[in-house]
Structures are given as structure tokens and as C-alpha cells.
Design a binder for this molecule. Structure first.
Ligand SMILES: C[C@H](CCC(=O)NCCS(=O)(=O)O)[C@H]1CC[C@H]2[C@@H]3CC[C@@H]4C[C@H](O)CC[C@]4(C)[C@H]3C[C@H](O)[C@]12C
Length: 324
């Protein structure tokens, strides 16, 4: 499972947790403007916007999980197993393979408005990247500093939802996740008052009781409610350190500790990495399960006019700062 979120202070941020029981060996990858993207159906795109994000590089191809382009548009793909339905290629539309969706969009769109226009004529196909990497069943959050959308391809076709909260998890479909949020409308960061029964002398005995009933388990619907509450009530200073720190705290509210989510006998899902990208500055910050120190890669420190990928394997060893 995974969780994605956006956040805005002075700058705009987008990131996600990647929760799974094993890693593909993903890296932080900068795709510069002149890296030739060979699209399966649309041919070669010789130049495009540069992007930075986490990808598994297969051959020389960046299979992005989440990324941001130099225009400040960001995108994250999250599991949507059992609900994602992709199409066969058709003649009258721009066919895009599911694994190309992030590069296809970030190559040419500057904003969510651009994305909506692009999607109107796009057909997402289930074409696998190769035999060893079968088609992933995903849905996506796409966002810029003005707005966020959730894009889902299901049995009934493509659906684009306004995502006012700037958060997303996994199943069920977004509309249902939003509906389930109605259950929590009574929760508040403020202390509750007794509405239970006037005749009873009920009192608060602890801080934080306004949030009682907010789920804490790791299911997708519970993480949706938890991260939405955290994100919507979150307060942060404007500086880069405060914003990035706060962002990691927001996603920290739904991180998965090894041992708490068994996927099969002796195998546990954990938060493999957490990312926070400053979309305005093109800086990708991340932590991994093993290394809780924030590490950063700045796309603007690379030659963005180059034609080769810049790749940074994630730092996996715990970095401890010794004070004496
Ligand atoms: C496994 C991850 C989701 C984690 C998750 O949500 N786990 C809950 C499990 S559960 O659903 O709750 O049981 C997803 C998220 C992004 C995916 C990659 C996207 C690019 C590429 C697309 C190709 O087509 C196939 C290979 C490819 C590298 C993909 C591998 C894998 O699929 C990735 C890592």
C-alpha cells in the first residue's frame, strides 16, 4: 500500500510513501531534457521537460513511481489492485502504455489544466514493459500548486476527480474513499464538548480527544482518513526546513513498521521509502526504512540539457549524527 500527499507553504510539495515487502532497487533519477523517450505507440520524443523522481531503471528506461517536472507538475502512481482496467490500443487516440504514463504527462504538461486536455485524447493501454515486469495496477495523483486530481482507469473507463485534500491511498476507488470520510466529520483538533448526554458529567481527561475515532490501522481506508485529517489540519512555517520537516511528519502518520502488516507467512509490508519533492525548486528529498536521515537530490545541480539519466541509488544505511 502507499500514501501520497501534497502540501503548500511558500513552495509546493508533493510526495508519497512506498509500502511493500520488497524493493525493486529503485533510485532517484533525473531525466534531462534531451533524453530520448522511446514511447511504445507515439514514437520517439527527442526533447521534453526535465523531471526528477524515484524510478526503477530497466535497461536505460526510467520506470517512474513518482516524479516532478521542471514546471512544478507532480505525479505519483499508487497500487489500485483489482480496480485498475487498462485498454487495448485504439486507432483514434494517443495510445500510452501504463508504465509510460508519468513520463508521457510530465514530458509535455505544465499544469493540471494541461493534463486534463492531454487526457481527453489519451488511451492508457495495459501493455507490459517486458515479460519480467508485468503490468502494474495503479491509479495516480497529479498535482500542481493550484490543484490536485486523482486519475483512475476502471471498468467504466477513465475518471478524473478533483482531489481537494491532496491525499490519496489505495483501494477502494476515490469516490468511495471520499464518501467514507463522512464518517469522521465529527473529529476535530480541538477538545470535544460533551454532546453524549446532558445528564452525564463527561469530561476530557487527556489532550487530543477531539480526534478520538480516527483510525490508526494500516488499511487503505484508515490511512486515507488518518492522512487527510493530518494533512488538512497541518500547520507549518514557510521555510524549506520547516516545510519539508512537516511534510515528513504528515506522511509519518501513516508509515508502516515492520511486523505490523503481514502479507504472507513471515513477510511484512514496510514503508520502503518516503519522498517529499519541492516541486518549485526540483529538489527531491527522501528517507528510507533503514535510513531516517533526510537525503536530497537537486535536479538543477544536474545538466538538464544532457541526454543521459542521472541516477542516485537511495542511501540505505542508517545515518546517525553523533554529538560527542
Ligand atoms: C509495488 C508498488 C506499489 C506498492 C503497493 O502499493 N503495495 C501494496 C500491495 S497491495 O496492493 O496492498 O497488496 C508499485 C508502485 C509503482 C510501481 C512501478 C511503476 C513502474 C513500473 C510499471 C511496470 O508496469 C511494472 C514495474 C514498475 C517498476 C512498477 C512496479 C510496482 O508495481 C510499483 C513499484
Amino acid at each position: 500500500m502507499c500514501t501520497a500527499a501534497t502540501y503548500k507553504t511558500k513552495d509546493f510539495y508533493i510526495g508519497r510513501t512506498l509500502d511493500y515487502e520488497f524493493s525493486y532497487g529503485e533510485e532517484v533519477v533525473v531525466t534531462p531534457r534531451n533524453y530520448p523517450f522511446a514511447f511504445r505507440f507515439q514514437g520517439e520524443m527527442k526533447s521534453h521537460y526535465a523531471m526528477i523522481g524515484t524510478a526503477y531503471v530497466a535497461g536505460d528506461y526510467p520506470l517512474y513511481y513518482d516524479a516532478v517536472n521542471e514546471k512544478g507538475l507532480g505525479m505519483a502512481g499508487l497500487n489500485f489492485v483489482g480496480n485498475a482496467v487498462y485498454q487495448e490500443p485504439v486507432e483514434d487516440k494517443e495510445n500510452v502504455a501504463q508504465f509510460e504514463f508519468i513520463p508521457w504527462v510530465l514530458s509535455q504538461c505544465e499544469s493540471v489544466e494541461d493534463v486534463k486536455t492531454l487526457l481527453a485524447n489519451m488511451n492508457l493501454t495495459g501493455t507490459p514493459f517486458c515479460e519480467e515486469l508485468p503490468t502494474a495496477q495503479l491509479h495516480w495523483m497529479i498535482a500542481d500548486r493550484e490543484q490536485a486530481i486523482t486519475v483512475e482507469f476502471v471498468e467504466s473507463g477513465m475518471h478524473i476527480y478533483d482531489n481537494q485534500m491532496g491525499v490519496m491511498t489505495n483501494n477502494p476507488p476515490f469516490e468511495m474513499q471520499m464518501f467514507l470520510l463522512n464518517q469522521y466529520m465529527n473529529l476535530s483538533p480541538k477538545q470535544p464538548e460533551n454532546h453524549f448526554a446532558e445528564a452525564l458529567p463527561l469530561e476530557t481527561y487527556s489532550r487530543g480527544m477531539g480526534g478520538m475515532g480516527l483510525p490508526g490501522d494500516l488499511s487503505s481506508t484508515s490511512r486515507f482518513a488518518k492522512v487527510a485529517f493530518t494533512r488538512m489540519n497541518s500547520i507549518s512555517g514557510d521555510s524549506e526546513e520547516e516545510s519539508v520537516g512537516q511534510f515528513f511528519h504528515i506522511l509519518g502518520s501513516v508509515e508502516q513498521q515492520r511486523g505490523c502488516c503481514e502479507v504472507e507467512e513471515g513477510k511484512y509490508e514496510i514503508t520502503i521509502y518516503t519522498s517529499c519533492c519541492n516541486a518549485d525548486k526540483g529538489i527531491y528529498y527522501y528517507t528510507t526504512y533503514e535510513n531516517q536521515q533526510i537525503t536530497a537530490v537537486d535536479m538543477h545541480r544536474e545538466n538538464l540539457d544532457s541526454d543521459t539519466l542521472a541516477r542516485y541509488p537511495m542511501v540505505m544505511k542508517q545515518q546517525i549524527y553523533w554529538q560527542n
